[in-house]
Design a protein around this ligand. Structure first.
Ligand code: PLP
Length: 405
């Protein structure tokens, strides 16, 4: 028993992507092992650089970025976000509806903490980006997971979603494009989800951080368009992924819909925003240039682009492993392969990932860490170059050829 125990509030909070497996990987590295890390969607260490214009602009603004900013964020960045959504046909987001945060992560936490009372339910996809589930739990809420169906290319199961709505449901989380599955939802699916929110008076939380990382004919449809004037919609996006600057911690939340009906909730968000003083100010300065400048992400996702080639290679090599199958990602930076339970009857997928790490020095993330309902999936990032991906997936194949769970 330690003298100082953690708060009971953390009892149901999990964030496995950076959990004990990563610690073990760091230990192995400290012992001199080379670990191929396919566990975190952080482009910079894989040789993806931010556009020069962003770096230059940030550096130019550093002298002006020494003080706190307005709690919501600097005006120029927030107007750039307003203008960005306006070009997408969303004209009901104004400058005071935009909050800048230390990444989307901080804003996710604030938006849930300001809304939820103990026992309030929030609908979250399974599998999910686990921060959503963790933040609902931390806010005293109850995460309720709606199924996404692998057979349907990981599209949300709308019947399951509706069946899980109760009088305690307050919010609906949509992650589109999705982490970890790479699914991108068509307009009619987004509209159907928003329709459920409309019918049951739910707040929609739309995590669109991968909106610009789309492959082939995938088209991203902004949830705020479907939400229109009558569904309260909080849209989250930022610079971490499409602009490859996770470390700048620069994201935003844009609120649309019936704001006058939500005045009390918005006051709560303002309070929490004021309490954290402001987001990292240099990172805020990067937003206007990022949104207004050359969109170099397109060069990476078009045929011949690095992200596209790596995704295609990972998809092909994984599907060649006996007993492994994966759906192709239509967006984002991940694949979420399935291990056939007949071939690999894995009961504890965290142990599976640990065994893979110990033996082959490959680090991936276990599916149950994404609140997936079974222990038969894992996630890998498609950021490593083709040589490293070939090596990593080759070693996964070698490991599976003799693995006895
Ligand atoms: N939302 C999703 C779906 C993510 O995958 C991530 C990071 O991986 C985040 C939010 C957090 O992003 P940020 O760096 O803006 O905090």
């Amino acid at each position: 028993m330690s003298d100082f125990s953690q708060s009971a509030k953390l009892a149901s909070v999990r964030y496995d992507i950076r959990g004990p497996i990563l610690q073990r990987a760091q230990q192995l590295e400290a012992e001199g092992h080379r670990i191929l890390k396919l566990n975190i969607g952080n482009p910079a260490p894989f040789g993806f650089e931010a556009p020069d214009a962003i770096l230059v602009d940030m550096i130019r603004h550093l002298p002006k970025a020494q003080g706190y900013s307005d709690s919501r964020g600097i005006f120029s960045a927030r107007t750039a976000v307003v203008q960005y959504y306006q070009t997408r046909g969303i004209d009901n987001i104004h400058v005071d509806d935009v909050y800048l945060g230390n990444g989307v992560s901080e804003l996710i936490q604030m938006s849930l903490q300001a809304l939820l009372n103990d026992g309030d339910e929030v609908l979250i996809p399974t599998p999910d980006y686990p921060l959503w589930t963790a933040c609902v739990s931390l806010s005293g809420g109850r995460p309720v997971h709606y199924l996404c169906s692998e057979e349907e290319d990981w599209q949300p199961d709308l019947e399951d979603l509706e069946a899980k709505i109760t009088p305690r449901t307050r919010g609906l989380v949509i992650i589109n494009p999705n982490n970890p599955t790479g699914a991108v939802y068509p307009q009619k699916t987004v509209e159907a989800m928003v329709e459920l929110a409309r019918k049951h008076n739910l707040v929609v939380f739309s995590d669109e951080i991968y909106e610009k990382i789309l492959y082939e004919d995938a088209v991203h449809y902004n949830t705020a368009l479907a939400a229109a004037e009558d569904v309260l919609c909080l849209t989250f996006s930022g610079l971490s992924k499409a602009y490859r600057v996770c470390g700048y911690r620069s994201g935003w939340m844009a609120i649309s819909g019936p704001k006058s009906r939500a005045a009390d909730y918005l006051e709560g968000i303002n309070l929490l925003s004021n309490m954290r003083l402001c987001a990292n100010v240099p990172g805020q300065h990067a937003i206007q240039t990022a949104l207004g400048g050359y969109q170099s992400i397109n060069d990476l996702i078009l045929p011949g682009g690095r992200l596209r080639e790596q995704r295609d290679l990972a998809y092909r090599l994984l599907n060649e492993i006996p007993g492994v199958s994966t759906r192709q990602a239509k967006g984002a930076l991940y694949l979420f392969p399935r291990l056939d339970p007949e071939a690999y009857p894995i009961k504890d997928d965290e142990k599976f990932v640990l065994d893979l790490l110990q033996e082959q020095k490959i680090l991936v993330s276990h599916g149950s860490g994404f609140n997936w309902v079974a222990t038969d999936h894992f996630r890998l990032v498609t950021l490593p170059n083709v040589r490293d991906l070939e090596e990593a997936i080759g070693r996964i194949a070698e490991f599976l050829s003799h693995y006895k769970p």
